[in-house]
Ligand binder design. Sequence first.
Ligand code: G1P
Length: 289
Amino acid sequence: MTRRVRKAVLPVAGLGTRVLPGAKTTPKNMLNVVDRPILSYVVEEARTAGIEHIVFIVGRGQGAIEDYFDASPEIEQALAAKGKADILNEMRRDLPEPGQMSFIRQMAPLGLGHAIWCARDVIGDEPFAIMLPDMLMMAEPPALAQAVAAYERVGGNIVVVEPAPEGEAHKYGIVALDGRDGPLNRMVGMVEKPAPGTEPSNLFISGRYILQPEIFAILETQERGAGGEIQLTDGMAHLMKTQSFHALEYAGTTYDCGDKLGLLRANVAYALARPELADGARAAIRALL
Ligand code: G1P
């Protein structure tokens, strides 16, 4: 019997260098895709996968995230007074129940492994999910739900992967598999940002994980790796010596919203996927082309 995955860690402290200056005063994961911040989609994905508690790892100047997931009495009263129940409902859809979100300051930009380690006390001794919110995953069932289903089948640790665009594998964490038979395969290795030409496969770690809590003790003493950062991938490679890891090629499409064109593609794709906006979006795109 696998233990249920109830908590998710969302590291959001990055500077958003590739989407500056927009991300100067708005945390990058609060930039809009159509009419909602990126985080709204990721939190919804987490809830659909059965996540009950979300732990945000934040940096300085990211108070907007906490405010977004809190009540907003002035706006809500104004909308209620104007009879705008539909917008009110849209706003309330994102709100957690009190006590279902935690916010932890990373305090130093030491890398993804360090960001995750900051969640150790709130996660405690249970399996948990990690969601890299830059990566918006359009999928049905949602990507994390697919990962949870895989976890319920094989247990251990699950890493969601997908084929890297030609020539770009060296920008990511890359996995090595013990053969490939269907979308869920046992991993035998992983490496963060391999030198071009040395990648063990073309499958990159794309931003959803289910990990066992033993990762925290490893991250605690983890040496710095690629880019001088404490890398989650290195910690997972260490954990793989004693626990099983499976890579899941999820069914869906990923949009890297930490990148200008990725954010644009996400806006187009999510607008086209909205019944009330699709026709208008299609007409607008055609007119521009
Ligand atoms: C991080 C992870 C990497 C993963 C990538 C996905 O890298 O370390 O393994 O493939 O996210 O976006 P970063 O983008 O922070 O350099």
